[in-house]
Design a protein around this ligand. Structure first.
Ligand code: FAD
Length: 459
C-alpha cells in the first residue's frame, strides 16, 4: 500500500502536513516533483531562481532519502501535461493515494481539478496559509481591505495558534543511500548567497526571530541595514513555512507579537500581508488574468515609452535611489521592500508605464518571485489595487532617498560612479559624464499622473 507525496511550493520535510499524512496512512511512501520547464520558460523564470529551485530539490531529495522516501523528479514538459503525467506515474507505481497541499491561484486549482478528473486519488491539505482559505467577513464576503482582515486573523490565531508538525519517523532499515539529483533545466545564475539547506534556512529564521525581530520596526525601511529577514526566497518555495516563522516568533517574543507597535508585532503583520494577498488572489481570480483589482482602473491610459522602460530596467533613470535599487535587483535577484515601493511608484507615476510591465519584469528577475505578493505590491503602487496608495499620494524619489538612505551608503554600494558625491548631493547629483541626467522632472510627471487619474474619474 503506497502513498505518494506531491511536492509543489513546500520543499521541506519539517512541518509538512502532506508528508505527515502519507507516512501515517501508508506502509510505503514515495515522493514526486513535477518539473515543467516549458512553463518556466513561458513565465521567464529568473536564472537565479532556477538554480535555487534545483538546489532546493537536491536538498529535499537528500532529506527524504534519510527518511527512506525516494523522490522522483519527473519532467512533465508543459504545465498542461501534469495530470496525465501524474496519472501514468500513479499506475506505474501502484499508488493508493496522492497527498499534496492546496494551492489557490486559478490555474493551479484547475490543474488539481483535472487530476481528480483523471481519477487520481488526490487528497489536498491546507498548508500555504496560516489561516483557513475561506476566512470571510461576517457578511460572508471576502475581505478587500487589509486592516479588518488582519484583525480577523489575529482573533482567529489567538484561539488557533499554529502547531508545527515534526519530521516523520521512519525505520532506519529503509534509508536510501543514493538520493536523486535534479537535472539542470535552462539557464542558471549562482544562487549561492541564499541558504538552501533546510537546517540552514531554519537557523536563519530562528536567528532573525531571536536577535533582530525586536529591531524590525525601526530598521526595516533602511535598505543599507540588515533590518529584514531575507526569508522571502525560502518562503516562496516553501523551504520554511509561515507557521514555523510565526511559532518561532512567538517563542522568542511572547505576547509582544500581538502588538504591532513592537518589532515582533510588526514582522507578524508582514506575514499577514502575505496571507492577505493570497486571499485576494484566491477570491478575485481576475487579477491572475492581468486585470486590475479595481476594474475601472483598467481604463487608465499609461503612455510611457519603451526607452523609459529600458532605462528603468537597467538602472539609468538619473534618480540614484531608483537606479541603485534596480541594479541591486539585477545583480542579486532580490530588492529591499522600501525600494520595491519606490521603483514601482517611479515606473507608474513618474514614467507613466503600465504597472503590468513592471510586474512581469519583477517576476522574471526576482529570486523570491511570488505571484500574489508581487501583484499586490504592484497594484498598491499603481493605485489600482486593494489597499492601494491613494492616487494623489505620489512618492518623491529624492525625498524618499534622503529619508531612507540618509548617508547615501546604499546608493554608493550599487552606483560606484557616485561614490565621490557628498552625503547631501548623492540623492540628486550635479550633471556628470558617467551618470545620466534625470529622465523626467518629478513635479511635471506628478501633474501628469494626477491628470490621468482625474480623466479616469471624469469618464
Ligand atoms: P521581511 O520584511 O523580513 O518580511 C517577512 C516575510 O513577510 C517576507 O519574506 C514575505 O514573505 C512577507 N512579506 C513582507 N512584506 C510583504 C508585503 N508587502 N507583501 C507580501 N508579503 C510580504 N514579496 C515576495 O515574496 N515576492 C514578490 O514577488 C514580491 N514582489 C513585490 C513587488 C512589489 C512592487 C512590492 C512593493 C513588494 C513585493 N513583495 C514581494 C513584498 C516584499 O517586498 C518582500 O516580501 C520583502 O521585501 C522580502 O524581504 P524579507 O524576506 O527580508 O521580508
Amino acid at each position: 500500500d503506497t502513498g505518494l507525496v506531491w511536492f509543489r511550493h513546500d520543499l521541506r520535510v519539517l512541518d509538512h502536513p502532506a508528508l505527515t499524512a502519507a507516512t501515517q496512512n501508508h506502509s510505503s511512501v514515495r515522493a514526486i516533483y513535477l518539473l515543467c520547464p516549458q512553463q518556466l520558460d513561458e513565465h521567464i523564470i529568473a536564472p537565479i531562481r532556477r538554480q535555487y529551485l534545483r538546489l532546493a530539490l537536491d536538498e529535499l531529495s537528500r532529506n527524504l532519502a534519510a527518511l527512506g522516501i525516494p523522490l522522483d523528479i519527473v519532467d512533465a514538459g508543459h504545465f498542461s501535461k501534469v495530470p496525465t503525467t501524474l496519472a501514468t506515474y500513479c499506475q506505474q507505481h501502484d499508488i493508493a493515494q496522492v497527498y499534496a497541499h492546496r494551492e489557490f491561484l486559478v490555474d493551479e486549482m484547475q490543474r488539481d481539478l483535472r487530476c481528480s478528473e483523471q481519477n487520481i486519488p488526490l487528497t489536498l491539505l491546507s498548508d500555504a496559509l496560516i489561516l483557513p482559505e475561506q476566512a470571510l467577513k461576517p457578511d460572508g464576503k471576502p475581505y478587500q481591505v487589509f486592516t479588518p482582515f488582519s484583525k480577523r486573523c489575529r482573533q482567529w490565531l489567538a484561539q488557533h495558534f499554529p502547531q508545527c508538525l515534526p519530521k516523520p519517523y521512519v525505520k532506519a532499515d529503509k534509508l536510501i543511500l543514493k538520493p536523486s539529483v535534479c537535472p539542470v533545466f535552462g539557464e542558471e545564475r549562482d544562487a549561492g548567497d541564499w541558504p538552501v539547506k533546510e537546517s540552514a534556512v531554519l537557523d536563519a529564521m530562528r536567528q532573525f526571530c531571536r536577535e533582530r525581530a525586536h529591531r524590525y520596526k525601526e530598521e526595516r525601511d533602511f535598505p543599507d541595514l540588515a533590518g529584514t529577514s531575507k526569508l522571502s526566497p525560502a518562503l516562496a518555495l516553501g523551504l520554511v513555512s509561515a507557521r514555523q516563522c510565526l511559532a518561532r516568533l512567538q517563542m522568542e517574543a511572547g505576547e509582544e507579537i500581538w502588538d504591532a507597535k513592537t518589532g515582533a508585532g510588526c514582522w507578524f503583520n508582514e506575514l499577514l500581508w502575505r496571507e492577505f494577498y493570497r486571499h485576494i488572489a484566491f477570491h478575485f481570480p481576475r487579477i491572475v488574468r492581468g486585470h486590475a483589482f479595481q476594474t475601472h482602473t483598467d481604463q487608465l491610459r499609461w503612455q510611457g515609452s519603451d526607452t523609459d522602460f529600458a532605462a528603468w530596467c537597467e538602472g539609468r533613470t538619473g534618480f540614484p535611489i531608483v537606479d541603485a535599487a534596480m541594479r541591486q535587483l539585477k545583480q542579486t535577484g532580490w530588492m529591499h521592500n522600501r525600494l520595491r515601493m519606490i521603483v514601482a511608484s517611479f515606473l507608474c507615476k513618474d514614467l507613466h508605464l503600465d504597472w503590468r510591465r513592471g510586474e512581469a519584469y519583477f517576476l522574471s528577475t526576482l529570486i523570491d518571485a511570488d505571484f500574489a505578493s508581487n501583484n499586490g505590491g504592484w497594484q498598491w503602487a499603481a493605485s489600482t489595487g486593494t489597499d492601494a496608495a491613494p492616487y494623489f499620494r505620489i512618492f518623491n524619489p529624492t525625498s524618499q532617498s534622503q529619508r531612507f538612505d540618509p548617508n547615501g551608503n546604499f546608493i554608493r554600494r550599487f552606483l560606484p560612479e557616485l561614490a565621490h558625491c557628498s552625503d547631501k548631493d548623492i540623492h540628486a547629483p550635479m550633471p556628470q559624464a558617467n551618470y545620466p541626467a534625470p529622465r523626467i522632472d518629478h513635479a511635471q510627471a506628478r501633474e501628469i499622473s494626477l491628470s490621468m487619474f482625474a480623466e479616469l474619474k471624469a469618464s
